[in-house]
Ligand binder design. Sequence first.
Ligand code: OSB
Ligand code: MG
Length: 368
Amino acid sequence: MTDTTGQLTLTVNHVRLPFLAPFTTSFGTEKERDGLILRMDEGGITAYGECVTSTGPFYSYEDNVTSLHMIKDHLARLLGDKPTPEEFMRRSEHLRGHNMAKAAVEMLLWDYHSKLEGRPLVQSLGPSKGHADVGISIGIDKPEVTNERVRKAIERGYKRVKVKIDRGREYQIIKSVRDSFPEIPLSADANSCYTLKDLATLKRIDRFGLVYLEQPLEHDDIIDHAVLAKEMSTPICLDESISTVDRARQALEVGACQVINIKPGRVGGLTNSLRIAKVTRKHGGHVWVGGMLETGIGRSFNVSLASQRLIDYPGDTSPNDKYFARDLVRNPFTMTRGTIRPNRGPGIGVDVDDGFLEKSTVKSWKLL
Ligand code: OSB
Ligand code: MG
């Protein structure tokens, strides 16, 4: 039913969607997407957001409970007059941190305002390539399983393969893939499992010709990464450590990285994502758009961002069927020759399957 009364409502659904296969990183194994979907209805427009937190503070300090608290007790009240994303950022500036909670609301506002103007999000964001270049992120598994996943990924046209690594298993994982696929653009993501004491271990993987090594050291470190970057010929890519635009600039200035994985959730939304892309390119660095195993709703924001001209490396925005047998949207993305075209409908352009969203919901809250 279309609400034509103009009354604004905000709903948060806590959803659980089973993954096709468990996803293992150095910080744990995830079997399902357990996160929050935001929905705002106003004057016949329905806008969505996805909070990329999960069950616990494993990737960063935020989780579903802290972000629900932030949205319910601090952020929802800033939404009454449907501010632009930029205005929302100004209003929430005095609230420290909690970027994932802020991003969920900020992105919902991008969807709302794009829909109000009747144009696709990709257009609202800026000059676009018309498509996103796509790489794959492959979780930790037995070498045979990983090699088979890599083989299929190459066959499907993925433009870059990233393997997750863990302390003590890095050499075996990367060597096994590299031996079988000597030429592919390959990267490795440590998710912060090393310290500078592991320098010898990290130097051993320096000879595999990785396009970059992602987030080897502490989740909030810049300084030690700058030391490591000078010791390695493999470029360093930062993910977890880049939480703000200033952190990105500082990391580039001190030489802590040459590449940044931009995740709108981690940096407080799309406005900051674009700013980070600009500052990184200005410093001669490279940027790509990462993922947090999002449902089709969060994915649609990532694909629109990844389609911007500023984004020069393939990202982690696989098509929906890499993750789910059934997704929350009726129009999943498809990949052709390693590219995905952003949706052309207004806003994020997804056709949300309300029945399946309800089935996937474990609890919901009406906040406005
Ligand atoms: O570090 O990039 C990461 C997934 C969950 C948490 C952190 C990360 C990831 C991925 C998967 O690498 C990216 C994706 O396919 O969405
Ligand atoms: Mg990462």
